[in-house]
Write a protein of this length. Structure first.
Length: 361
């Protein structure tokens, strides 16, 4: 082989190795299962057998508010806005705190909180919420599901950080992050993609039992249903395991999927991200769901809409994407979606549910 060619091949090899090393250094590589950051800033009470428990789930859309149309907000990906203003971030923070204080849930599952993202001035939004809510929620667990020092996407061109967070009025004994299956993109793109997860927090119950609180935000992949099917299957497997261990549990989050009957109610351009037959059927066939199928598909289904798209053509909430699943050992008391005064805070609305815990641990 000519010397010049050998030198060229060597140089290309060095460049390739350097590029791989750079991509690895810029991106995040969580384990399949690992402890999740957990902190209790003060002494927290313990759950009691048989007590009532109020749970809220809310996708906060990184406190951006409703005055923007971002790329992912339109089915064709043509949203032009890139970031919210500092004033809008501050307003949304105030409003989220107001609603949580008025609702007084015992457990709050939050999705789409930014931490270290260029688009929101590198805020740690969980820390900002904790500063304002520390008297109510001494304990919190968290898990990233998107994290990179630099993403070369033209609409990002900087750092990203996206979290799940669970706030608790009661003590959290331990928490873990479980990695969900990823999309089948090319090896380089996969490094910069979101890495969806389950955040599982275990709350001790007096007398020796535990409550598992699970937080998640699943993919919306109508064009790649196998990934969502695998994410749901893994979630189903965790719930089956908790059932075998006789542990009560609550699973609450943004599932990015429609209940039966809502697909046909959407405008044609809004159907692109959804399948008519949801992969969530595997969960609602097996476990109690809020809203129930009857509520989400019946004449009063508008009361259970949890998503108000950032699409100028959408005039209000038009679909249900957020749910609370729970073990059969929990007894539902009441549930609702808070609509009216929350329509301008996020593109999702808060869903709350109250239960009685089992009377014996």
């Amino acid at each position: 082989m000519p010397r010049v060619l050998r030198f060229a091949l060597l140089s290309l090899s060095v460049l390739a190795v350097g590029l791989i090393a750079l991509i690895y250094a810029l991106t995040w590589h969580p384990a399949a299962r690992e402890p999740a950051p957990l902190a209790c800033q003060a002494e927290a009470p313990q759950l009691q057998p048989g007590q009532a428990l109020k749970v809220m789930t809310w996708n906060l859309q990184y406190l951006a508010g409703k005055r923007y149309v971002f790329r992912d907000d339109l089915p064709d990906g043509e949203g032009r806005d890139e970031r919210p203003t500092a004033d809008d971030l501050a307003y949304s923070l105030d409003e989220v705190v107001r609603v949580i204080r008025e609702e007084q849930p015992d457990i709050v599952n939050l999705q789409e909180l930014h931490d270290g993202a260029r688009a929101t001035d590198y805020q740690d939004q969980l820390a900002l919420l904790q500063e304002r809510l520390a008297d109510l929620y001494p304990c919190a667990s968290q898990a990233f599901y998107w994290k990179a020092t630099f993403v070369p996407d033209p609409q990002v061109l900087g750092s990203v950080g996206l979290k799940l967070a669970t706030l608790s009025r009661f003590g959290i004994q331990s928490a873990e992050r479980l990695q969900l299956p990823q999309g089948a993109s090319d090896p380089v793109s996969r490094q910069f993609d979101k890495k969806r997860a389950l955040l599982v927090s275990y709350l001790p119950i007096r007398g020796g039992g535990r409550l598992a609180v699970i937080n998640t935000h699943l993919d919306a992949l109508a064009d790649a249903p196998e990934i969502l099917r695998r994410q749901v299957a893994m979630t189903h497997g965790l719930l089956d395991q908790l059932q075998r261990e006789n542990l009560p549990w609550v699973l609450a989050g943004d599932f990015s999927q429609l209940p039966p009957g809502q697909y046909d109610g959407l405008a044609q351009h809004q159907r692109q991200r959804f399948a008519r037959d949801s992969e969530l059927k595997a969960l609602w066939d097996r476990f109690p769901m809020i809203p129930s199928l009857e509520e989400a598909s019946g004449d009063q289904r508008a009361q259970w809409f949890t998503h108000f798209p950032n699409d100028p053509r959408a005039k209000g909430p038009d679909r249900t994407l957020d749910y609370v699943f729970h073990s059969p050992s929990l007894t539902r008391i009441e549930a609702k979606v808070r609509q009216g005064d929350t329509l301008r805070i996020s593109d999702h609305l808060p869903l709350t549910a109250r239960f009685f815990l089992p009377s014996t641990p």
